[in-house]
Design a protein around this ligand. Structure first.
Ligand SMILES: NC(=O)c1ccc[n+]([C@@H]2O[C@H](COP(=O)([O-])OP(=O)(O)OC[C@H]3O[C@@H](n4cnc5c(N)ncnc54)[C@H](O)[C@@H]3O)[C@@H](O)[C@H]2O)c1
Length: 417
């Protein structure tokens, strides 16, 4: 398949599978060799245009294992970048370390692919945006689902009105993660809960296909796992287009309905072939991502007519390889990031709003003024953003301390002093 030219986002589905075929081989560093870092390394090994220059990893035993395979390793990303002079860096550390890992690389002017969510907070994503604007560095965010050709098809069908006016969307993300997954303490925190880790992918897809989310309401529960993170949630959404959406999510249920089970993109989740999104329009509906298009007999009608689904054929791809090919195009200056900081921040904002809505019990409006910088020359913004990140961490720690103190008092029935 050959490149057919760029659309306004600097990306076409034709490019997604193979990239734009630059003959140069790009040297890449991966930071964090955990679950997803290893998936990126696997993609690098599959991609003729990329070569692994080294891995920055905090865990000594992981470093030793990689070094045994002849891979250059270091605990320190800055030192590794200096030694290996990579063309691009992939940040795959836990979310709360994204900003810290990415800033020195971005400031050095090296293109970055940072895993989703772009950061743990809006202040951190603002710091990343400011650093990128100041250094003129491209930042791509790892919402890899968008590279599936099915996503482009659904977006095209919906945006060209094939389904009529979209009034409703419903979705499910239900899996039962293995117990070992929760062994690391950070996985029991809200930053690693299914809203911030998994539903943010669905948010990105909904925004991509249907347009911006205007407001959200949510209920979350944590009956099973304890800790601070949610086990299950329901989310209601209003889109800027006027469409309404509802979503059910859980990482503790046995179900065949999730993006991973639908596409087989995650190698530890077997392909169940079920769809997990339904877009409902006035003229027809679409089961997604495996694209079954439902219409009344003869194309038009009402509930008295039989309705049937047509399976739309679509190529299956490995989105991590497609994403990597796109990153190579970004590195070679052939494309702009398909998902940039601003775009990924909108998904982060929506995910954080779900948590806020669940805490407050109220609808949360998303269309607040944006503070992200647009152009270069944002030195002061970097400083202010870094300061506010530190302040925010201090504030969060302080609030967490107060909260735990209150829980301690309540447990001992001494809340009335
Ligand atoms: N795109 C996807 O589908 C997808 C899937 C899973 C995870 N993720 C994202 O990837 C990120 C990592 O998740 P994971 O599940 O791979 O976590 P993980 O715990 O499996 O791996 C993280 C690795 O980073 C290392 N690390 C931590 N801090 C570091 C630092 N400062 N410098 C170098 N190494 C460091 C850890 O030792 C660990 O090996 C998260 O942000 C998560 O949201 C994305």
């Amino acid at each position: 398949m050959k490149t057919t030219g760029k659309n306004t986002e600097g990306f076409t589905s034709a490019q997604s599978a193979e990239g734009m075929n630059s003959s140069a081989v790009a040297k890449l560093v991966v930071v964090g060799a955990g679950t997803i870092g290893m998936r990126h390394i696997m993609a690098i090994n599959l991609c003729p245009g990329a070569k692994l220059a080294g891995v920055a990893e905090k865990d000594e035993s992981v470093r030793a294992e990689l070094a045994g395979k002849g891979i250059a390793v270091s605990p320190n990303v800055e030192r590794l970048v200096e030694d290996s002079q990579p063309d691009g860096v992939i940040i795959a550390t836990p979310t709360d370390a994204h900003c810290h890992s990415a800033l020195p690389v971005i400031s050095a002017g090296i293109p970055v692919l940072v895993e989703k969510p772009i950061a743990a907070s809006l202040n951190e994503s603002e710091a990343i945006a400011a650093a990128a604007a100041q250094a003129g560095t491209q930042v791509l965010v790892g919402h890899q689902r968008r590279y599936h050709p099915q996503a482009a098809m659904a977006r095209e069908m919906i945006r060209t009105g094939k389904l009529g006016e979209i009034l409703l969307v419903s979705g499910v993300w239900g899996v039962r993660k293995h117990e070992g997954y929760y062994r690391q303490g950070f996985r029991r925190t809200r930053e690693a809960g299914p809203v911030m880790i998994n539903f943010i992918h669905d948010i990105d897809m909904l925004r991509h296909v249907l347009g911006e989310i205007e407001s959200v309401a949510a209920r979350l529960s944590n009956k099973i796992g304890g800790g601070l993170k949610e086990d299950a949630g329901v989310v209601s959404m209003k889109f800027a287009s006027g469409a309404l959406g509802s979503f059910a999510l859980s990482d503790r249920v046995t179900s065949p309905w999730s993006w991973e089970s639908a596409t087989g993109e995650n190698r530890i989740v077997p392909d169940a072939g079920q769809n997990c999104f339904r877009f409902m329009g006035t003229e027809s509906s679409l089961d997604f991502p495996n694209l079954v298009h439902w219409t009344h007999e003869g194309g038009k009608g009402d509930w008295s007519r039989s309705i049937s689904g047509e399976q739309i054929k679509c190529q299956r791809i490995d989105p991590f390889v497609s994403q990597l090919n796109h990153f190579l195009d970004v590195i070679h200056g052939l494309a702009k990031p398909l998902i940039d900081v601003r775009d990924a921040t909108a998904s982060l904002r929506a995910a954080l709003a779900v948590l806020e809505a669940a805490d407050s019990g109220c609808w949360v409006e998303l269309q607040r003024p944006q503070r992200l910088p647009k152009a270069a020359g944002a030195g002061t913004s970097v400083w202010i953003a870094s300061f506010s990140v530190s302040f925010e961490k201090f504030q969060t720690g302080f609030e967490f301390g107060i909260f735990n103190f209150w829980r301690f008092c309540r447990a001992r029935d001494i809340t009335r002093f």
